[in-house]
Structure formats: C-alpha cells, structure tokens
Design a protein around this ligand. Structure first.
Ligand SMILES: Cc1ncc(COP(=O)(O)O)c(C=O)c1O
Length: 437
C-alpha cells in the first residue's frame, strides 16, 4: 500500500499519460504549445520558492527543478504551501469554519474587512469580496457606474484585468474579438500618457481603471507625476479612479500598496477603489477583494443590500487565511526585506541588461516585480526557454512578448536572489551561443 500522502495526488500517472489526458479532456492547443517550447512538463512537488516537474521534458531526462520566479503573478507571494498558511487553514477547519453563507453576515468577513481598512490608504474602508480578480474588477466597474450614473470606462492599451464581463471589456481586442465582445463605452489609451488621459476623461466617464504597474503590458513604469495627475483629472470630472493591485499590491514593490508610495516614494495617491486578487489566496484558498471609499456604498447598497452577491466570494475559510497573509505581508520587517532584496535583484538585472545590451533593451521594475525587455520578440521567447532550462521559471508578458516578467516569491532569501541572478545570466549566455550557431 502506498502510504506516502504526496503520491496520492502527485505522480499518480506518468507525465506522458497525463499530457495525453490533458490534451484529450482539457485543452489540446495548450499542450501542443508547451511541447513546442520543449516544456511539455507537468508541475509536481512544490515547496517554498521551488517547483519540481513530474518528469523531464524529454524521455529519460530528470525532472526539472525550478525556482518559481513567476509566482503566478503574485499568487505565490508567500511561496508554495507556506507553513503558516497551511497551519491556519487546518486550524480554521478544525475550528469549525466552512464556506459560510454569503446571504448571511459573517464574523470572518467582518474581521478581514476591518484589517483591510486599517491597511488601505486614505479613507478606503469598505470591502466587497469575490473569488477571482476579474470578478472584483467587474464589481468596481459596476459600483462606479451605480455611483456616477455614467457608462464610460477608460483603461490602458495592453493592460489586463481579467476574463469576465466588464473586465474583459477593459482589455485588448485580441482577448475580446473572438467572443464578439465590445462596447463603445469602453476606451483604451496608451499607458502613462497624461495628455491622452486628459482628452478622454469627460463627464460621460464612470471610471478610469489601471494596473498600478501593468504586468501583461510589459511591467510598465509610469513617469513620475502621472498618478497624482490622473487623480486630479478624475476629481475634476467626478470620475472614479480604480487601481488594480492584483499583481503590484500586497507588498510586491516593498511598499504595501504600489499606488501609495510603491512606485515613487513621494507619490502617495489615494484612488477610490483598490482591487486585490491572486496573492489574497496565499496560493491556498481563492479570495479577491474590491475595497472602496464609504460614499460609494450608499449608491450601491442603500436600496437593496443584496443587489451584488457572490456565493463563494469572501468565504469564511478564505477570509481566515487572508487575515494571516495580511499579518505576515504587512509587517514592516517583511516589507523592508522586499525593498532590500528588490534593490539587489534590480541591480543584478540592470547589470545583465547592460552586459548583453546588444539583445536586451532595458530592465525595469520595482521591488520584486521586474521586466526584462529585449529588442526582438524572438530573443525574448528563446531567452525565456533558455532561462527556464537553467531552472528559473518565468514567462513573457502576454501583450508585450518582447518582455520577460520576473516575480520571485516575496519570501525569497538573499542567497536565492544571487543564485537566481546567476542562472538568468547563464540563460542569456546560452541564448547568445544559440544565436551565433
Ligand atoms: C493585474 C490583473 N488584474 C486582474 C486579473 C484577473 O484575475 P483572475 O484571473 O483571478 O480573474 C489578473 C490576472 O492575471 C491580473 O494580472
């Protein structure tokens, strides 16, 4: 009898068999694409910042052992299976919690709402819960429309806020067109261009929605002064400002919020909404949050407190572990560590960019969120594969494929950052050799 609990779930079949099943019953183009990159592998054991595949990418190869520098966009801010989070989940289960009933009131939602309010900038103090990022982006846009009684929404070209209704409308046509989904009320403008923003923000607009550091668009860094001006423009026209901090929030920049000092230390902007997803789950239990200023509540819920509901959004179990995550990630020592390691990481990446400046245009980022932009898309894609083969899991930006996005878990250690940098450099050296041949 197999008594190892891990083997009950991980490696129950051979990788080859699982790929076949995945292809047949889940998504065959995805399997084909991964195989095309020479990465037809299935993740197996995971722990801390490490991830191991079930087997190697070629028959007979050893399993790949990877430093997870994707972190799934921040889902694994605390690494895989963080012991404090696992412990908390077990305690919550043993302590009598389950999903809870979304129609009723909830002790856990009350406590998490209070903690979030303490951490939010300015007077953002109300929270509506969801399961995924897209769901709470939809929530923020819905609430902005209810409050302003306007329809318009402005977002950034190349940005990504999710695959759901309103969220999808804020995204690029590539994600919308196949589903025949568009609306003249939703407009996209270039990121960081304040004149473009000024032109489109009129009295028909309900909200401006921006990822504080757009990830899918290429880890873009807005010029200094951009967000304070966006705030002014929104105030001037009575428009809601929504900051999507799904990837850049929760300490990723070394500040708890990117919009509140994380991008530029002296720029502390208070939007009307802050959206969190991914890392709210600690990689263990899905949860997302839409937090907003109190005046918005009346416009949405006054006549009907059940006007917006989500059965599994804000589950008691999810809230209980999110509280533990916030306790860990908002600690000043934790944030100082991200800041310090972020400096080391950024310096290392800038050196790599400089040493291989014939291929790499720029390294840019904040804290432990970095982008490495190549001159050619082909080099970025080949570079990604080459770096993964050195044991560093990362990916290209979906809407700017010439840029690799690198986001190690926030619990990474100094020695690990040094090792990760060494391997990224080796990946680039190997890429250079491939290109010569
Ligand atoms: C910045 C940002 N916002 C929103 C979302 C949507 O989150 P979800 O996939 O949980 O719906 C994502 C997902 O990648 C994201 O990166």
């Amino acid at each position: 009898m197999n008594t190892n609990p891990k083997q009950k779930f991980i490696g129950t079949l051979s990788q080859k068999e699982l790929l076949k099943i995945y292809s047949k019953y889940v998504n065959s183009p995805k399997v084909r694409m991964f195989k095309g990159f020479g990465l037809g592998v299935i993740p197996g054991e995971r722990d801390g910042i490490h991830l191991k595949t079930l087997e190697g990418s070629k028959l007979g190869d050893p399993p790949m052992e990877l430093y997870n520098c994707r972190s799934s966009g921040g889902v694994f801010n605390l690494g895989h299976r963080n012991p404090r989070i696992i412990q908390r989940l077990k305690e919550a289960l043993d302590g009598g919690l389950d999903l809870g009933d979304h129609m009723l009131l909830s002790e856990q939602r009350a406590l998490l709402g209070k903690k979030l309010a303490e951490l939010m900038p300015g007077d953002i103090s109300k929270t509506t819960f969801g399961v995924s990022g897209g769901e709470v982006i939809d929530t923020a846009i819905k609430f902005s429309r209810a409050y302003t009684k306007r329809r318009g929404c402005i977002s950034a070209i190349g940005g990504y806020h999710g695959h759901t209704g309103f969220a999808l409308l804020t995204g690029d046509p590539d994600f919308r067109d196949p589903f025949l989904w568009n609306s003249p009320d939703f407009k996209q403008i270039p990121y960081g261009d304040i004149d473009a923003m000024r032109k489109v923000v009129t009295e028909d607009i309900a909200c401006v929605i921006i990822e504080t550091i757009p990830a899918t668009a290429g880890v873009l860094i807005a010029p200094e002064g951009y967000y304070p001006e966006v705030r002014e423009i929104c105030d001037d026209k009575g428009v809601m400002m929504i900051n999507d901090e799904v990837q850049a929030g929760l300490g990723r920049t070394g500040n708890f919020w990117a919009i509140y000092g994380g991008l530029y230390p002296n720029e502390k902007v208070v939007p009307d909404f802050i959206i969190c997803g991914k890392g709210m789950s600690s990689g263990i239990y899905p949860l997302s949050t839409c937090s907003y200023k109190p005046f918005i509540e009346k416009a949405v819920f006054k006549d009907d407190p059940f006007i917006h509901i989500s059965t599994t959004g804000g589950s008691d179990l999810g809230c209980a572990i999110a509280l533990e995550m916030l306790e860990i990630q908002s600690a000043p020592t934790f944030l100082d560590n991200v800041k310090e390691l972020g400096k080391l990481f950024g310096k290392g990446l800038e050196e790599i960019a400089e040493d291989y400046s014939e291929m790499i245009k720029e390294a840019r980022g904040r804290g432990l969120m970095w982008g490495l932009e190549f001159y050619k898309e082909e080099d970025s894609l080949l570079g990604m594969v080459s770096i993964i083969k050195e044991g560093i899991l990362l990916n290209y930006c979906g809407n700017k494929k010439d840029t690799l996005i690198i986001m190690p878990p926030l619990i990474v250690k100094k020695e690990e950052i040094e090792e990760i940098l060494k391997r990224i450099r080796q990946g680039i050296i190997n890429l250079k050799k491939i290109k010569k041949n």
